[in-house]
Design a protein. Structure first.
Length: 253
């Protein structure tokens, strides 16, 4: 069974490794190519886009892909939409691995917004020290609020830098613990965090640290994703695949 995983998350890497060691599947892990130095992957990898839904559909046909797994980031809505469309065009079964969102708990001070522009506006006019916990390609709109001091942490260097007079750049790869993020927030005297509701454990440290330090979090809400069959964990995907294999065998496929 040929499986294409649309990846870029820790779960996609774990899933690819779990499938590769079984010897039952030929697995290809596709990454968008946004990270200059991606981690070593446990399965054959391709990098870069497909050319929209039609390009992905063509790839599925050309490579005789039997199952498509969308294990992209919860905010990769364009890729997820293309995956759903390509699956519909080709008839290739699709399952999405979507980690559960974080839930607001007692002590959290979340300001939920629907867009990056709304996040910029939510910072207000008074100068603040802001931790931008967003992708490096998504921070440019914050140049519209140059009165703030920004702390930006990213896997790859931010190039070009944010067009503001006061910005601090850190290059680091998670996961980050609550203690590490609390120390970071205290060291840079952060007043507010701007983050995505990514879910999972790897980047939750800053959320827990913000709660402990009584800091507000401007939380970018998740985008709408296609209504496809979806599960929340790697184990759920493995169970789904076992069912798919059994069903195919019973049909003589």
């Amino acid at each position: 069974m040929n499986i294409l995983i649309l990846g870029g998350t820790a779960e996609s890497r774990t899933l690819a490794g779990s499938l590769a060691v079984t010897g039952r599947f030929d697995v290809t892990l596709s990454l968008a190519g946004r990270t200059a130095r991606p981690l070593a992957q446990p399965a054959p990898m391709r990098s870069g886009g497909f050319g929209g839904a039609e390009g992905l559909a063509r790839y599925l046909r050309d490579k005789t892909i039997d199952v498509l797994i969308d294990a992209t980031h919860p905010y990769a809505d364009v890729i997820s939409a293309n995956a759903a469309r390509a699956a519909a065009l080709t008839g290739v079964p699709l399952v999405a691995l979507r980690r559960a969102a974080w839930e607001k708990v007692s002590g959290d001070q979340w300001i939920e917004v629907e867009s990056i522009a709304a996040a910029v506006a939510a910072l207000g006019q008074a100068p603040r020290r802001v931790f931008l916990a967003l992708g490096r390609k998504e921070i440019a709109p914050f140049a519209e609020a140059p009165q703030h001091t920004y702390l930006v942490r990213s896997v790859d260097p931010v190039d070009p830098p944010l067009a503001v007079p006061h910005a601090i750049y850190l290059t680091a790869r998670g996961p980050f613990s609550e203690a590490e993020d609390r120390a970071l927030l205290e060291r840079h005297r952060i007043d507010v965090i701007v983050a995505k509701n990514s879910g999972g454990d790897a980047t939750y440290g800053k959320i827990a640290a913000s709660r402990a330090l009584h800091l507000p979090v401007i939380m970018l809400q998740r985008p709408s994703l296609p209504e496809v069959e979806a599960v929340e964990t790697v184990d759920d995907v493995l169970a789904w695949l076992d069912h798919a294999v059994t069903s195919a065998a019973s049909r003589g496929v």
